[in-house]
Design a protein around this ligand. Sequence first.
Ligand code: SF4
Ligand code: SF4
Length: 430
Amino acid sequence: MISEKRATFPGGVHVPDNKYLAEKKPIEIMPAPEKVYVSLSQHIGKPSEATVSVGDRVKKGQLIGKEAGFISANVYSGVSGTVTEIKTISTPLNTATYVVIQNDGLEEEEFLPPIDKEDSQAIMQRVRDAGLVGLGGAGFPTYVKMATDEKIDVVLINGAECEPYLTCDHRMMLEHGDGVVKGAKYIAKALNCQTVIIGIEENKPDAIEKLGAYDGVKVVPLKKKYPQGSEKQLIYACTKRAVQPGKLPASKGVCVFNVQTAFQVYEAVEFNRPLYQRVMTVTGKGIKEPKNLLVRNGTPYAEIIAYCGGLTDNAAKVIAGGPMMGKILTSVDGYTRKTDSGLLVEDVTEVCITEPSPCINCGRCAKACPMHLMPMYIDLYTQTGNFERADSYGATNCFECGTCAYVCPAKRDLVGSVQLCKRKLRELRS
Ligand code: SF4
Ligand code: SF4
C-alpha cells in the first residue's frame, strides 16, 4: 500500500543528489580478493574476540570473531582459506585488530543451523548470532536495538537514502525488494509488531512502486530533503511521533532498520547465512566506472577502486560514505567493514576549497538544523574552549549530519567543532 502524501520533517536542506552517476547500475558481484583484512571492531561497542589462530583453515561464513559483551557483534569470514596473520592495523578510519585471510578461491561455505522461522525468540537469537549491525552506517548491533523493554508498534524500514551520490539501498530495493520486505516482516514478528512502514524518498519512484505492491507493508513516499533518512527525522516524517532529545526511538514505540539490514535478516533467517558481505556504491566524478558492488567484508579499498577502472586524472578526494556524513580518507589503505555504504571519489570540480571566514550571524545554520540546535554558538564556544557552554546549545544532541556546514556562507567547519566539543566533554566528564 502506498500513502500518496510526501512526508517530511522541519528544517533540513535541499542538496543536489548526484545519484545519476550510479543509480542505473545494477548490483555487480565483485570477485573476492586474494586476501581479506577483517576488522574485529566494525560495530559500536566492544571489539569481538578472535576465535581463530594463525594457520587455521576457515570457510566462508565461519565465525572468526565472537561478540565480547552485550554491545558487541560476531564477525564472520567472507572467504574460504587460511588465516595468515592476526594483528593490529591502523587505517585512515581506525586502529583495530584484524584477521587476515588468504583466500583459496574454493568458496567452501559454512552455514548457521536452521531455525523455526515462526518463533520470535529464535529470530531474535538469529539476528544476534549472524553478527547483524545497522548497515546504514551506524553499526549499532541490531539485536541490542531489538532487545528493548518498550512496546514496539511500528517497524520502520529506512529506504530514504538521503545521502547524495549513494545508490546501493535504491538498487537493493529494486533488485532484492522481496528479501527486504520478508526481512522486515521477520523483524516485526520478532518484536510482536503488526505494522511495517517503509520510508522512501521521492527521487526513487520505481522503488516506491515496487515495494508498494507488497501486502502487509505501508510505503511512505518522502520529500527529497537532507537528512530525511536520519532516525528521528524519518520517524517524524512517517509517523508524526517526535522523539525527544536524549531518548531512543523505542520510547515512541518505533524501531528503525536500514533496508540492507532488513535484507540481511532475511538471509540469516531463510538461508542461515551470517553477515559477511554487503552492497556498497563506488561513485563520484573521480572514479572511472561508478558501480554498485556486492563486496566481501575486509576487501581492500584500493582493489575496489581498481575494479571500478581506477581514478580519473582529476580525482581529488576519497570519502568513505557520502559527502555529508562520510569520512575523508587520507589514503586508500583501508578495508571494507559492515558499515561501508560507499566510496566516493570527488574530482576537482566537486571539492570545496574555500577557506573558512568569521561567522556573520546570518542564522542559516540554526534554521536548517533538523535538531533545532544553535551550531554557530556551539562553534563559537568550542573555539574559545568553553565546552560546557557549547553543550548548552546542544553539542551532545548533534548527530553530525553536516546540514549546518553545508548552508554556512562563511564555510565554517561546524561539524568539526561539534566533534571537538564532544571529545573534550567526554574527557572532562570521565
Ligand atoms: S548542529 Fe549537528 S544536527 Fe544540527 S545541522 Fe549541524 S551537524 Fe546537523
Ligand atoms: S550559517 Fe555560518 S555564518 Fe551563518 S550564523 Fe551559522 S555559522 Fe555563522
